[in-house]
Design a binder for this molecule. Structure first.
Ligand code: EPU
Length: 447
């Protein structure tokens, strides 16, 4: 009898991965609603651990990172369900103190279950989120803050073991080498909400997402004051209750769309964008010649003239956000003259340089500084997104480039942008998603 052969369908046995294909050169026109903020939603979801009541979160963005956080919370005994297209219902916190490695390793944001677990269950076991494509991302400030409240924490074999009989309020300074820490401030704020007595966080992060967490906690009965300033005071309470809450709009998503219109040309209305959260971002684009004006509850962005070169540095809020650095860099590639960017939060956030140079850009980078020599046009190429924000930047470069750009690593883009290609198509971009054979790129983690 002859050897039995298995006949594979053309795609069977092969990893299929999404890629995005952009044909550049089409200006964008129309209206785009801005989704709820990823980086506000993640700690607020973790804060659901602080109460056994039901919490309803409106304007929750439907993203991969949000799904990952939902799975982590389910593993910790919280029920998490979509109760509407953008509404999450969380509740019934039970028991469990160990967050699963496979989920935690997908996302740095998972660190923000540490504070709530300590405050309510007295212990937490969490795999170390580790370094990533943005460079070293230590958690020493999280540990320092929680230790100040009385937690015993040790890190062994890439795992955090934390324990606390009763957390007690304290004074803690969260200044780090690159400013404060956003999720570190969130962790201490959440733990302090149920600690005995008063906690004063000096050099706290001022980001709108940190302020949103404080508003959420207060709506649940916490006593947090000073959020949005460098000094946050938390007076501990006995318990928190459930609440219905709306997450703020995503300022990084809005900034990405501002940059998209600046790259492709045209005029787009961004519904629900909050200019008061985006002052530094708007100001640097205006210096480049991008026209941006507030119109009721929306921002209208247009670009007709050639882009001007600029110099800028990223910094913690209220500075220019590091998370918008790669997207604005695409514009600097096309500006008339030389520009410079100093990265003030992640000195190694330059993964976009090689990919944009592949598209004809002229960028050199040394230490935390990138230098750009503007070119007349970018040309389409095959490029790879190693992280979320570089992925978004490559899409923007594709919109501006001559010819076809194929972007792999789309799973990174999906972590922070819901159906990016559909939304850009709705304002006139020629952009599609398709499946292709896996190119063997390693999975990366960040954010
Ligand atoms: N840092 C320390 N020690 C710490 C913590 C941070 O030295 O214990 C350093 C970091 O290495 C970095 C700086 O402090 O140089 C700021 O890091 P931060 O802790 O503020 O970052 P994060 O809270 O882990 C959040 C966002 C990031 C965003 C940063 C800065 C979420 C889920 N992530 O991270 O978002 O870049 O704040 O604004 O909120 C993204 O969305 O793409 C993303 C990376």
């Amino acid at each position: 009898m002859g050897e039995r052969r298995t006949v594979l369908a053309p795609t069977e046995g092969i990893d299929l991965m999404d890629e995005i294909v952009v044909h550049g050169g089409r200006p964008l026109h129309g209206v785009m609603p801005i989704n709820g903020s990823k980086n506000a939603a993640l700690p607020i979801m973790a804060a659901a651990l602080l109460t056994t009541d039901t919490t309803v979160l409106h304007k929750s963005p439907r993203l991969r990172d949000v799904e990952t956080m939902a799975q982590i919370l389910r593993a910790l005994g919280v029920s998490v369900d979509w109760a509407g297209p953008q509404t999450l219902k969380l509740g019934g916190a039970a028991s469990g103190v160990t967050a699963p490695l496979d989920l935690v390793s997908q996302m740095r944001g998972s660190i923000c279950v540490l504070g709530p677990l300590l405050a309510t269950r007295g212990s937490a076991v969490l795999p170390l989120p580790g370094g990533c494509v943005l460079g070293k991302r230590p958690i020493d400030l999280h540990i320092k803050g929680l230790r100040a409240l009385g937690a015993k924490i040790r890190v062994r074999k890439s795992c955090i073991y934390a324990h606390a009989r009763r957390l007690r309020g304290a004074r803690v300074n969260l200044a780090g080498p690159h400013g404060s820490t956003v999720l570190g401030t969130a962790n201490v704020m959440m733990a302090a909400a149920l600690a005995e007595g008063q906690t004063v966080i000096e050099e706290a992060a001022c980001e709108p997402e940190t302020q949103d967490l404080a508003h959420f906690l207060n709506a649940c009965g916490a006593r947090v004051s000073g959020a949005g300033t460098r000094t946050v005071t938390v007076d501990g309470v006995e318990c928190l209750h459930g609440v219905e809450y709306s997450i703020i709009p995503d300022r990084i998503e809005a900034g990405t769309f501002l940059a998209a219109v600046a790259a492709a040309g045209g005029a787009v209305t961004l519904e629900g964008a909050r200019p008061e959260h985006m002052r530094a971002n708007i100001e640097v684009l205006e210096r480049m010649g991008v026209e941006i004006r507030a119109h009721g509850d929306a921002l209208v962005v247009a670009r007709s003239e050639t882009l001007k070169p600029v110099e800028f540095a990223t910094a913690p809020y209220p500075g220019i956000p590091t998370d918008i650095h790669p997207q604005i860099s695409v514009l600097l590639c096309l500006a008339e003259g030389s520009s410079t960017v100093h990265e003030g939060v992640y000195p190694r956030r330059f993964t976009y340089v090689s990919e944009l140079n592949r598209m004809g850009a002229r960028i050199s980078h040394r230490g935390a500084i990138a230098a750009f020599q503007g070119v007349r046009a970018l040309r389409g190429a095959a490029v790879h997104a190693p992280d979320l924000r570089t992925g978004a930047a490559l899409v923007l470069a594709g919109l501006a480039a001559h010819g076809r750009t194929v972007i792999t690593g789309v799973d990174q883009i999906d972590r922070g942008h819901q159906a990016l290609e559909q939304r850009l198509r709705s304002v006139g971009a020629d952009i599609n998603r398709r499946q292709s054979e896996a190119a063997g790129y390693p999975a990366r983690k960040s954010a």
